[in-house]
Structures are given as C-alpha cells and as structure tokens.
Design a protein around this ligand. Sequence first.
Ligand code: LHQ
Length: 261
Amino acid sequence: MPTVLVSLDAGVLTITLNRPEKLNALNPEMLSALRAALERATDEPEIRALLLTGAGRGFCTGQDLAERDVSAGAAPIDLSVSLGSHYNPLVRRLRSLPKPIVCAVNGVAAGAGANLALACDLVIAARSATFVQAFSRLGLVPDSGGSFFLPRLVGGARAMGLALLAEPLTAERAEQWGLIWKVVDDVRLADEATAVARALASGPTKGYGLLKKAMYASATNTLDAQLDLERDLQREAGLSDDYREGVTAFKEKRAPRFKGR
Ligand code: LHQ
C-alpha cells in the first residue's frame, strides 16, 4: 500500500497519511509523496481545497524515530538536514498554498506531526485526538513551525507549558485554548471535515488564497504594513470574477456560484 493516499473528489484533494501501524510517523517516502501532492494541488485549477488526515488511530507522530541510528558507534546526526530539505519546505508549502487546507486530526498528533496540523488553515479534531509537543522528551526543540505557531495561537505561557512538559493536550482543551478550530465526536470527524472542505472547494478560491496571505502576513507585519497589504490584496480580489458573482448574487438575493477565479 502507498504510504500516502491521494484522491480528488468534488474539488477536494484528500491526502491521507497511510502508515497506520506506526501511527503515520513520517519517513522519506511519505515526505516526498506529501510534497508531490501539494505541488499537484498548487498546479491543478480543479483542486480548490485540500483535506489532510491520517489512516488508523493516529494522525501523525512526526519523524520516524526508527530511522535514526543513535547507537554508540553511529555517526552524529545532523537534524538540520532533514528540517532544511523536507520539513521546513513542507510547512512553507502548506502556508503559501493559495487554496484552503483543512486538517482532520483523527488521533494522536505528536512532534512534527502536531505542528504539520497547525500549519494547515483549519484544524478539526476528533474528540479522542491529542496534541503532544513531544520534542522535549527527546531533548529537542519544537520544530516544523511549532515555536512560531504555539505562542501565537495559545499565548506564551501555555506554549511554554506545552513545549517544556510535552504532555498530551486533549482535543477539547485544544479547542478551548484556540489551538484548533473545532472538536467533533470521533464518528463525525470524516463527514464534518469533508463537508467543510467541500464547502470551501465551492467558494471563491482566488479570494481564499489572498485571504491566507493577509492572515499569515499579519503575524510579522506592523499595522501600517498590514493596511498596505490589505489594500493591495483587495485590489486583486476585487478584480476577480468571483467578486462580481458575489455582489451579483447578493443583489439578486440568491446563493453565489463561485468559479474560483
Ligand atoms: C513510531 C513513532 C515515531 C517511529 C509511534 N517513529 N515509530 C525531529 C528531527 C527532524 C525533523 C523533524 O522533526 C523532528 C521532530 C520529531 O517529530 S521527532 C519525533 C517526535 N515524535 C515522538 O516523539 C512521538 C513518538 N511516539 C510516541 O511517543 C507514542 O507512539 C505516542 C505517545 C504518540 C502514542 O503512544 P501509544 O498509543 O502507546 O502507541 P505506540 O507507542 O505503541 O505506537 C504504535 C506503534 O507506532 C509502535 O510501533 P510497534 O512496532 O512497537 O507497534 C511505535 O513504535 C510506532 N511509532 N510513533 N515517531
């Protein structure tokens, strides 16, 4: 079986991490497949939203630790190599992809797996799922964007607690803290996440891409810079077919039929 499953339906590219027996720990083959899926999603206009999830009882437990030879005689491991060549580009791709990405966290999300979820635009988690910043258990630093996302999403004190203590955070608390969008009952997760992704796939895709740019730029911009950016992005959004359709539909008191352009 492929370690990443990819399928396209109703404008939604569903990407399923598929090493359930290892709780979808990431190996090089999976990282390459993820990269290819995101490139495809960027290139193909019929793809208008993405849904990332995991097969089995886990979402993703980060780097596959079985691949790391830490025995006494083994050569030192330079972790910056895999971050620089795989994980960092993956996080950058998720953030800059001009289409909405829903992440359905079906079970434990640990280490880089937790932070890949946080790099997505909208995280919906099953009630039984947990988020574990497992890095400090291994003597490591939160990576894959964790040290950026956590303080911005939940505040400094909670971010530090999560990083230092590496305790599992329940999905319910993750929702209460604002780490994720929503928690749903386990049996509802697939349907709810698919419904949200499909709704996004029939939305104003171009506008969504610009919206992502605006929201993510705000983390590092001044108000002045952000106002300028909003002006520039709005110019572009206002020139889209979907803006015309949105206003027309409003005036005609009907639902808009967005084409994503
Ligand atoms: C695994 C893994 C795993 C291999 C479960 N690897 N096998 C660093 C460097 C560079 C680049 C990127 O990022 C990073 C940061 C990282 O991501 S480092 C990895 C951080 N992740 C962890 O430390 C999590 C390790 N896993 C766990 O602590 C547990 O598996 C949790 C607490 C997530 C779940 O525990 P259980 O529900 O008790 O399941 P389990 O431990 O029995 O796991 C099931 C199987 O999956 C088991 O295999 P086995 O053959 O014994 O049945 C685990 O070995 C395997 N597995 N995570 N990351």
